[in-house]
Each structure stands twice: as C-alpha cells, then as structure tokens.
Write a protein that binds this ligand. Sequence first.
Ligand SMILES: Nc1ncnc2c1ncn2[C@@H]1O[C@H](COP(=O)(O)OP(=O)(O)OP(=O)(O)O)[C@@H](O)[C@H]1O
Ligand SMILES: [Mg+2]
Length: 314
Amino acid sequence: MHLHVHDKPIAAFRRWNCLSRSEGLPEYGRPFTMDTIAHAVRQRPKRFSPAMAAPVTQDGPALLSVRDVTVQFGGIVALDAVGFDVLRGSICGLIGPNGAGKTTLFNCMSRLYNYQRGDILFEGSSLTAIPTHRVAGLGLGRTFQNLAMFRTMPVRENVMVGAHSRSSCGFVASALRLPRVRREERRLRERADGLMDYLGLSPFRDRAVGDLPFATQKRVELARALAADPKMLMLDEPAAGLNHEEIEDLARLIRDIRDRLKITVLLVEHHMSLVMGLSDHIVALNFGRKIAEGSPAVIQNHPDVIEAYLGTPR
Ligand SMILES: Nc1ncnc2c1ncn2[C@@H]1O[C@H](COP(=O)(O)OP(=O)(O)OP(=O)(O)O)[C@@H](O)[C@H]1O
Ligand SMILES: [Mg+2]
C-alpha cells in the first residue's frame, strides 16, 4: 500500500532511493550491523542534503527537556538519571538494546508512569502534575509498541477518538448536543477525514481496525495520534513488523510529518538504517542509562554504543 503524499520531501525520498540502489547504499530492511550503521551515516549527506531537509530551529527553551529522570520498579532501575533535550522541529532518535528504558521514558512522558526523581519539561513546563488525560491536549501524541486501538470499532471512529482530545466542548454541552457541539463534531470529522486521506486510509474508513493488515493498523494508530494535532509525536518502534516496502513508506512519511506538518518527532526504533537516515540527533540508552548522544555520525562511532549493541568492547 502506497501513501498518497505528494510534495518535495517525497521527491527527495525517491531521489535518495535511487541513490541507494544505484550506489549500493544500505537499504531499509537490511539486517542491522555496525557496518550498515557506519555506511548509512557516511552516506547521509548524499541522502538528505541540507537543501532537502527543513532547518532545525530553536527559539527559547527546547520543546522537550528530560532532566535526570529516574524510574525504579522494585529493584530494577529502568531509568537512571537520564537527561537530554529535543529541539523544536527536529527528529530525535532514541535507541538502545531491549530493556534499555525507551518505552519507560515514553510512559513517563505520557504520565502512565511516575518518575521518582528528576523532571520532564514540555515547552518549559513540568509534566509532573499533569494527569494522563491532559497529555494529548498539551501537544504530546504517541503511538504504542503494541498497538493500542479499539479493534472492533471502524477506522474513522478510532481516528476521531484522537481528535476528541482537542475538543473544546464540555460534558454538559455534549450531552445536550448544543449547536456548537454539532459544529465541533463536524470539524473533528473533517479533520479525521483529511488525515485518513493523507495516510491512504480512506478506502478502509468503515472497516473494523482489527480486520485490517498489520501495517494498515499501524497507520490508523498514527492517524489517531496526529488527529490530536500534536506538537511532538512519540513513535515507539513504528517499523516493527513492517516489510521493506512499508518501511520505505514509513521513512518518507515521518520526514513529511516533520517537514510539512511541522511536528517534532521523537523516534524509538531498532531499525538502525531508518534511525540513522532520519534523525538529526540521537540519544542512546543502555540498562537505563544514557550512554551517548549526538549526531548519527557521533553515535555510530561511539565505543559505548558499539559495545552495547555488539556486546564486546572495540
Ligand atoms: N511496569 C513495569 N514493571 C516492572 N518492570 C518494568 C515495567 N516496565 C518496564 N519495566 C522494566 O524496565 C526495564 C526497561 O523496560 P522498557 O520496556 O522501557 O525497555 P525498552 O528499551 O523499551 O525495550 P524494548 O526495546 O525491548 O522495547 C526493563 O527491565 C523492564 O523489564
Ligand atoms: Mg520498548
């Protein structure tokens, strides 16, 4: 299934694909080795020249600031004083072997988990006292490592669930179906329709999510997250379970979401050539600790990252 997204970044992506095929660069879908990381990073300027990429700008504080966050589950330290910033307009990769603490950090940002020490600031304000149901309204959208949707409900309703977190109508007004509630619902429905169109989901709008192929379900979840009009999109392993062609579509889409929709992206992913090819900045975790951060070139040469993945010192 191809996405119906037509714009400059797509042309750039196609150009990169041609380069990758004709010049023997690593392609998405190849198994991950440190060689493929190194090769992907060395070739990165060819794939995404500065002219193709939207500039990362920073006025004022970072959009997201994770400060010395510590999370413990009994004796397990899932996050140990982890800190980093995500600049507005950037794509930030968050990598690390299994159990490194990536999803735990996402769960802290979504306020599903509490942190025992440290703080997370979004647009300069602490998330500590924010209840889970207000997170989407602040502008933080996410997808889940294991899909989280209403499987028996149609695609359109699932997407509208995301849009509702931005509704300004309260419980009483909704119950009374006041005219402004009907206007608001029409607006949310149009937004959901526009997003389904953007993501190539319109043909499935009335189908139950659980009946759709896995890659399509993942896109429904992405549409739900986008429907809340987020400032930052947190993607937890969006490439997991996708085939080569679907991962190419995903790469194109993530770049377009940042470039055209102007949404900052925090990307957790094990697919190294995808992360290395897309990220402006990467943070690496291992056993709950930050072991490195920097550009893809810095990360792929970092001895602690190489050791974490390959299990042997360089
Ligand atoms: N609710 C929980 N209760 C107890 N331990 C937990 C809980 N959530 C996470 N952990 C533990 O915290 C550590 C970090 O887990 P986390 O799921 O954040 O890793 P991850 O980096 O997302 O790994 P993966 O790449 O496999 O998804 C692991 O040791 C995990 O077992
Ligand atoms: Mg995880």
